[in-house]
Design a protein around this ligand. Structure first.
Ligand SMILES: Nc1nc(=O)c2c([nH]1)NC[C@@H]1CN(c3ccc(C(=O)N[C@@H](CCC(=O)O)C(=O)O)cc3)CN21
Ligand SMILES: CC(C)C(=O)C(=O)O
Ligand SMILES: [Mg+2]
Length: 288
């Protein structure tokens, strides 16, 4: 039923589709819910600055996450753990300014919501008021249930994040989550807990594809997979990973769609050689 209605929606009127749809009004969490009912899959990318975000907005990416992966990919930290709420607020504000259509989700960084619901509300309120995000994301299933509830009651849409939760790297490492009967049952409980608390979507990070498929069938809110197989409602990747800008070893779940590290390095070298060799600037680049 959902597959058929998705096809009909796209062929009759493209304006509704999250990707490929027309119109420049800001996408809302209600549009996200409607996409699951249509059986429509959608893409999400991270973004950390206005210029990159404007490129993705023009490309039609309907949802952007200002991830705390900015810690590794933008700010030079080893992990996401040191990222501060001030940093996330500044980066989120830039992404909002660079976009017109995409729903912008701001990641709450480690230490900005673990104290409890009141701290979570204070932190999320900064991202909403100072940066202008349309939603926030936080890590944890059952353990973050109370935080999600208060934010949603207060009018702040929440994207949850379960499975591998990188802010807990010191406790859990970067390991596949939900392998084995007990861990799978826990992941399902976490998924139901965030849905019951009112989350509008949930990220499933590094969980077996079969389990992610089951969670996606059981929940009425959309699942957003990263390293979680092909059956989730949406897919997210860190933009610097999927464009080949991040250096070093890539997780297995990354597909590279461009080689920006090579392209940018070559451009920097070409400029340097022109300067050293005296072939830049030419007369056309000079004023008289
Ligand atoms: N650049 C970047 N990309 C990401 O996807 C990302 C970040 N940074 N920072 C925050 C978290 C950390 N993430 C990570 C980091 C490492 C692995 C990793 O090494 N995974 C192994 C599998 C380990 C296993 O089999 O248990 C892999 O090879 O994919 C996965 C996710 C995802 N997030
Ligand atoms: C990988 C995604 C889900 C994330 O949390 C981030 O980019 O910080
Ligand atoms: Mg994150």
């Amino acid at each position: 039923m959902t597959q058929l209605s998705a096809a009909q929606t796209k062929s009759s009127d493209g304006s509704k589709a999250l990707y490929g749809g027309k119109g420049t009004r800001r996408i809302t969490v209600r549009d996200i819910a409607a996409a699951k009912e249509r059986g429509e899959k959608w893409p999400m990318l991270t973004a950390y600055d206005a210029m990159t975000a404007s490129v993705f907005d023009e490309a039609g990416i309907p949802v952007m996450l200002v991830g705390d992966s900015a810690g590794n990919c933008h700010l030079g930290y080893e992990t996401t753990v040191p990222v501060t709420l001030d940093e996330m607020t500044m980066l989120s504000a830039a992404v909002v300014r660079g976009t017109q259509r995409a729903l912008i989700v701001g990641d709450l960084p480690f230490g900005s919501y673990q104290e409890g619901p009141v701290q979570a509300l204070r932190s999320a309120t900064r991202l909403v008021k100072e940066a202008g995000v349309g939603a926030v994301k936080l890590e944890g299933g059952e353990r973050s249930h109370r935080q999600i509830e208060l934010l949603v009651e207060s009018g702040i849409p929440v994207m949850a994040h379960i499975g591998l939760t990188p802010q807990s790297v010191n406790a859990m490492g970067y390991r596949v989550q939900g392998r084995g009967e007990e861990a799978a049952a826990q992941l399902l409980r976490d998924a139901k807990a965030v849905q019951d608390a009112g989350a509008f979507a949930v990220v499933l990070e590094l969980v077996p594809a079969e389990l992610a498929a089951e969670v996606t069938r059981v929940l009425h809110i959309p699942t957003v997979g990263i390293g979680a197989g092909a059956e989730t409602d949406a897919q997210v990747l860190v933009w610097t990973d999927m464009m080949g800008l991040t250096g070093g070893r890539m997780p297995k779940f990354v597909k590279q769609y461009a080689q920006l590290r090579q392209v940018m390095g070559d451009a920097a070298k070409a400029f340097a050689e022109d300067v050293v060799g005296g072939t830049f600037p030419q007369d056309e680049h000079s004023v008289h």
